[in-house]
Structures are given as structure tokens and as C-alpha cells.
Design a protein around this ligand. Structure first.
Ligand SMILES: Nc1nc2c(ncn2[C@@H]2O[C@H](COP(=O)(O)OP(=O)(O)OP(=O)(O)O)[C@@H](O)[C@H]2O)c(=O)[nH]1
Ligand SMILES: [Mg+2]
Length: 614
């Protein structure tokens, strides 16, 4: 620890090295070591790095056929770097011997082994855990011994085999709480559906080490009766088998995240990113067992409300839960258990008490149980995907928000400039009263999304991240400005962007709404536009019309449409290779003017009919 490294003249990594210049790297290692053994590195997790620096004695160049002069001289120094997870550390001793000889296929192994002239083994332990650091030091000591006996005799001289271990601590990186309230107000659309938070469950309350009361104390508190028989069974709380029940520390508060229909966004979490549950109460005692003794109070569960449709994930990927239904909740951190109480019994009464109690503990090592257990701290990523049956998509200014306002009670912002809508607006569509009571209840939720433009997948306009909010929809409604210069092209642009985000979106049933037919230029070409739109696409539904449940699970672990599993990557790629014409054609094309209320009922009929089909 802390011994400056005897470093050889550094050279390039060589044919078997890691491909970056040695000098700077070894300089860094040098800085980490000797001078400051407890230097900090900006790493989040525990890590052990094993560096092998091997210098070869390249005696006979005929032993390395096919190696160029350059390769030959580079191969004289080989550096290998292994990052070991803390759980893998025991593997070091297993995998070390092969590394001594794994100098690539061009080198005859025997020759290579016999030509090693010196080896430097460096362990860098980056951890705040003293135990892990200690373990690594033991590992390297063990290696020194085994290397001496097994390798040094015939491979290299022991004095040429050097070990060092370096301990570094993590830097305590402060969580970026950089989103200022002003930014949140100015650009809420960038933050409303994604946030990182940290939750901590409460510690358990402490138990107590109790003494039996003296006879006089018992008499004082229980009057004459107790004086006659201080060990009378009813004096203390007992289990059904007669054993004494000793009070326990209260359970620490759990942390639960639940779906709350009253919440719309995750914005508030940007202001407060840390949530701590309370700790359990300690045993209320002055050290003497009494019938009045109470256990510590359990801390209340900390319940955090999030909008319906929030996906709760571990910061580094693992899915906790998808809170897609009202009342869904997930326990994200369990509170620490309360400590138990111990009873100290005088030697002469011990035997008798043992027959009466099951939870007497005298062993010193058990005393740790008196302290409540620690709660757990978890970093979470919350991702909102709105829950809606129908998604409205289209270019900016097509009239999506006007449509939502026309058929639901929603009051979205409407204006004749692009990107009026920055965050999804939700509206509730009532069922069809003409279909009778049964169908009337089949209401649906509509989501009006921000406008998409060509190149949205490259980040143009508002980008395309908001398309994740289409994930749960059953039906898409393409809203097109029929009075625009080239409505068919606009339609293709939106479909293309959807496909770039997630080709599955194009497999979903959809209808096309040609809007603004109150304007003459739209009304005149309504017929031809409708025919043209109906021609784009094919009849056969090529694959699943909805995300299968398996896909849904996969998609929960990924964002932005990039699936992490190889198979799904391939399938997504295949789907992107398809032409727009290879995807299903619209279920219906209707011309409307949502502003002037023309053909609204016909449009609603088509939407309801489509909803019934999917
Ligand atoms: N003439 C006419 N104008 C309409 C019609 N529907 C919407 N508009 C106008 O089109 C403009 C844009 O409407 P919005 O509903 O804000 O369009 P949007 O698709 O939500 O636009 P973004 O939110 O920017 O994506 C507004 O000025 C509306 O008044 C219509 O049927 N006829
Ligand atoms: Mg809008």
C-alpha cells in the first residue's frame, strides 16, 4: 500500500495491450498510488482493477513466426487490464495463470512463458468498503505466495515479480439537482415525463437490554400481591407457551410508490429528489423489565404518488413495476427491522428463567440484534407513459388540439403557430349513447401529442421522445391539414417518423382525419385525397396489431424504441426495412372541420367503430 511503483520505461500497449498509450496510463496509476493512497475516483460502484504489466525477453525471433518487426518490438511490453466486479474478486487467482501465457496465437506458449522477464501485478480497489479493500490485500498476498511456488521457479525470477495494491475511495458525487424552478416553468416539456429520484426506507428502532426488576421495585408497582410472589406469571407479557414477550424496536418505514389519478406529470420530483421514510421508534425503557413496557412504534409507510402510467425502474435498468392502473403500487424500499430486547438474568435465576422464556439471549455477539436494522437506499428512474386508448398524431398546426377540444371536455392550448402543444393533453371520450347501456360505458381516453416534423427522429422540432406516450394506445388518429400544400406528403412524413421511433406503431389500427374541409382548397380535393390515402398500405395485417405481452415487457426495459435484446433488435430492423406500403392501410379516412363542427359525428362513429375492433 502506498509504495511507489518501480515502473519500467513505458512503451505503447503493443499487440496484446489495451490500445492506449502506456505512459499516461501508468502515470495515472502512479499518481493514484504512493502519493495519496486514499485518493478519490469519480466512480459510483465498487470496482477492482487488476493491471498486469508484463515484460518479455524476446530471445529468439524465430519463435514468433509471421510477426513483423514492429509487432515484435511492441509485444515486448504487454499490458492487460481487467475490471473485476467485487463479487468476481476470487476469480483473480483462478484466471491469473492463463494470462501469463495468453500472448496471442502467434506466440508459442512455452516460448512465451520462458521469455517473461518481469511482471508487475497491480490491484486497484475502488471502494468505500474497508472490507473489500482488506480482501484485495489478502488476495494479493495469497498471489505472491502461489506465484513464488508455482511460477517463479521456472518462469521468472521471483524478484522480477512485483505486486502492489492501491486503495481508492469513491468520490461522493452529488446528485445533480440542477433543474432550477425557472427552467421547469420555462421548459416543462423536457422534464415532465422523466426523473431520477432517491428513496430511503427508515431504520428499525432499537431494542433494549433489560434487567429483571428487584423484588422491592416489583412490590412498589404491584402492591401487596406482588410482594408475596414477584415472579407471578401475570406480571409480564407472555406468549401462549408462557415464555416472556420482550418488547421490540419499531419497524422502519417502507417506501411505496403508487399510481394516483390526480397527478399529471413528474415535474414536482425535479424540485424534490430525495424521499426518506421515518425510522421506527426505540423500545421505551429505563432498562428494567416491567409489565408496562411497550415496543417501539412502527414508522408509517412513506407513500409517494405518481401519475397513472409511470414506469418505476432501478436507476440502472431493472424494472420495478409499471403502474398502469389506478391503485397499482410497488414497494421500492423495505424498512429496517426493529432490534430485539435482551434480558440480563442473574446467574442464580438463569436456569429458572430459561424455562420460562424463549427469547433470553446472553451471548455478547447477539447484542448487535438490539440495534435496529438499517433501511435501504434506492435510486430510481421514473418514466411516465400516459395511459390513453387513442393517440392523435400529425404535423404541427394540423388541428389535433382543436379536435381533442371538439370531442372531449379537455381544454388544450390552441393557436395558429407550430408547437403550441408541448406536453400530451388528455381528454375523455364518452361512449356512444345510441348503442345502449352496455356500449355506452365503453368510453376511451384520447391523448393529443405535440406535432411531429420531418427529422424529428434526429431531434428536430421537439424531437420524438414524446412518442413514448403512444406506447399504450390501441388506436392512432392521424390528423392532417387537408388545406396544406401536400397533405399526402405530410401523412407520409408522420408515418416515417413513427416508423423510425417504433415500427410497431405502424402495425396498429389507425384512421386518417382530413381536417379543415371548411376551407375551399381542402374541400375541393377531399375526394382525391381520400382515395390516395386509402391506397397507401396493404390489406393483410403482417404481424401483431398490438404489442404482444412479451414485447410489452421488453419495451418496458428499453426506451426510444431501441430494444436491448438481439432478437428484438433484428425484428425492429426487419420492420424498418419495410416500405410504408407494406404496413396496413387506414381503417377509414374522414374529412372534417373540427373548428367549424363539420362531419364531427361521422368521425366519432369511425373512431368508436375502430375502438371496438381493437
Ligand atoms: N379553418 C380551420 N382551421 C382549423 C381547423 N382546426 C384547427 N384549425 C386551426 O389550426 C390552428 C392550429 O390548431 P391546433 O389545434 O393548435 O393544431 P395542433 O395540431 O394541435 O398544433 P401543435 O400543437 O402545434 O402540434 C389553429 O389556429 C386552429 O384554429 C379547422 O377545422 N378549420
Ligand atoms: Mg396542439
Amino acid at each position: 500500500m502506498g509504495v511507489p511503483l518501480p515502473l519500467p520505461t513505458p512503451k505503447m500497449g503493443g499487440a496484446h495491450g489495451v490500445g492506449f498509450p502506456l505512459p499516461s496510463h501508468l502515470e495515472q496509476v502512479k499518481r493514484w498510488s504512493g502519493r495519496n493512497p486514499h485518493s478519490s475516483l469519480p466512480l459510483q460502484q465498487d470496482l477492482t482493477i487488476l493491471i498486469l504489466y508484463i515484460e518479455l525477453e524476446m530471445g529468439n525471433d524465430k519463435a514468433y513466426p509471421g510477426m513483423s518487426e514492429n509487432e515484435y518490438s511492441n509485444a515486448r511490453h504487454a499490458i492487460r487490464i481487467y475490471a473485476l466486479d467485487k463479487t468476481e474478486i476470487s476469480l483473480v487467482k483462478l484466471c491469473l495463470p492463463p494470462h501469463f501465457v495468453s500472448f496471442g496465437s502467434k506466440v508459442n506458449e512455452d516460448n512465451a512463458v520462458s521469455s517473461i522477464s518481469s511482471v508487475i501485478v497491480i490491484f486497484i480497489v475502488i471502494s468505500n468498503s474497508a472490507l473489500l479493500q482488506q480482501n484485495t490485500i489478502q488476495q494479493s498476498t495469497y498471489l505472491k505466495k502461489t506465484a513464488k511456488s508455482s511460477y517463479c521457479s521456472n518462469v521468472l525470477k521471483y524478484e522480477n515479480l512485483r505486486y502492489d495494491s492501491i486503495s481508492c475511495r469513491h468520490t461522493r458525487t452529488r446528485e445533480s439537482n440542477s433543474t432550477s424552478p425557472a427552467t421547469l416553468v420555462k421548459e416543462p416539456h423536457k422534464y415532465f415525463d422523466r426523473v431520477l429520484i432517491t428513496v430511503r426506507s427508515g431504520d428499525g428502532g432499537h431494542g433494549a437490554v433489560l434487567r429483571m426488576p428487584t423484588q422491592s421495585a416489583v412490590a412498589k408497582s404491584h402492591g401487596k400481591l406482588a410482594k408475596e410472589n414477584p415472579w407471578k406469571k401475570s406480571s409480564f407479557k407472555r406468549d401462549f407457551d408462557g415464555s416472556l414477550i420482550l418488547p421490540m424496536g419499531g419497524h422502519g418505514g417502507d417506501v411505496v410508490i403508487y399510481a394516483d389519478e390526480g397527478k399529471d406529470t413528474l415535474l414536482e420530483f425535479h424540485n424534490k429528489r430525495r424521499y426518506n421514510a421515518k425510522r421506527g421508534g426505540n423500545v421505551d425503557s429505563v432498562g428494567v423489565l416491567s409489565s408496562q413496557l411497550r415496543g417501539g412504534l412502527a414508522a408509517p409507510t412513506l407513500r409517494i404518488p405518481v401519475p397513472l402510467g409511470t414506469v418505476v425502474k432501478h436507476k440502472r435498468g431493472k424494472l420495478f413495476s409499471d403502474l398502469a392502473h389506478p391503485g397499482d403500487e410497488v414497494l421500492v424500499a423495505r424498512g429496517g427491522r426493529g432490534g430485539i430486547s435482551l434480558l440480563e438474568v442473574p446467574e442464580n435465576r438463569r436456569k429458572r428463567m430459561t424455562t420460562l422464556t424463549t427469547n433470553i439471549m446472553r451471548d455478547d455477539t447477539d447484542k448487535v440484534l438490539v440495534l435496529g436494522q438499517h433501511g435501504e437506499e434506492v435510486s430510481l428512474e421514473l418514466i411516465l407513459r400516459v395511459v390513453a386508448d387513442v393517440g392523435l398524431v400529425g404535423l404541427p398546426n394540423a388541428g389535433k388540439s382543436t379536435l381533442l377540444a371538439a370531442i372531449t371536455h379537455a381544454k388544450p392550448d390552441i393557436a395558429d403557430y407550430p408547437f403550441t402543444t408541448l406536453m400530451p393533453n388528455l381528454g375523455r371520450l364518452d361512449g356512444d349513447p345510441t348503442l345502449g347501456a352496455e356500449k355506452y360505458s365503453s368510453e376511451a381516453t384520447l391523448a393529443d401529442l405535440p406535432g411531429l416534423i420531418e427529422g424529428a427522429h434526429l431531434g428536430k422540432g421537439l424531437g420524438r421522445n414524446f412518442l413514448r406516450h403512444l406506447r399504450r394506445t390501441r388506436l392512432l388518429v392521424h390528423v392532417i391539414d387537408a388545406a396544406a400544400e401536400n397533405p399526402v406528403n405530410d401523412y407520409r412524413t408522420v408515418k416515417e417518423e413513427l416508423r423510425m421511433y417504433n415500427p410497431d406503431y405502424l402495425e396498429r389500427p389507425f384512421i386518417v382525419v382530413l381536417n379543415k374541409i371548411d376551407l375551399p382548397e381542402a374541400r375541393d380535393r377531399l375526394q382525391s385525397l381520400t382515395e390516395e390515402m386509402l391506397k397507401i398500405g396493404c390489406d393483410k395485417v403482417t404481424s401483431e396489431t398490438e404489442l404482444s405481452s412479451e414485447d410489452a415487457v421488453k419495451s418496458l426495459s428499453t426506451e426510444g424504441g431501441e430494444a436491448d435484446l438481439l432478437s428484438s433488435v433484428t425484428s425492429v430492423k426487419d420492420k424498418r426495412d419495410k416500405e410504408l406500403e407494406d404496413y396496413p392501410r387506414p381503417l377509414a379516412v374522414v374529412g372534417v372541420s373540427v373548428l367549424k363542427g363539420i362531419m364531427i359525428q361521422e368521425m366519432l362513429k369511425e373512431i368508436r367503430a375502430a375502438l371496438r375492433k381493437c
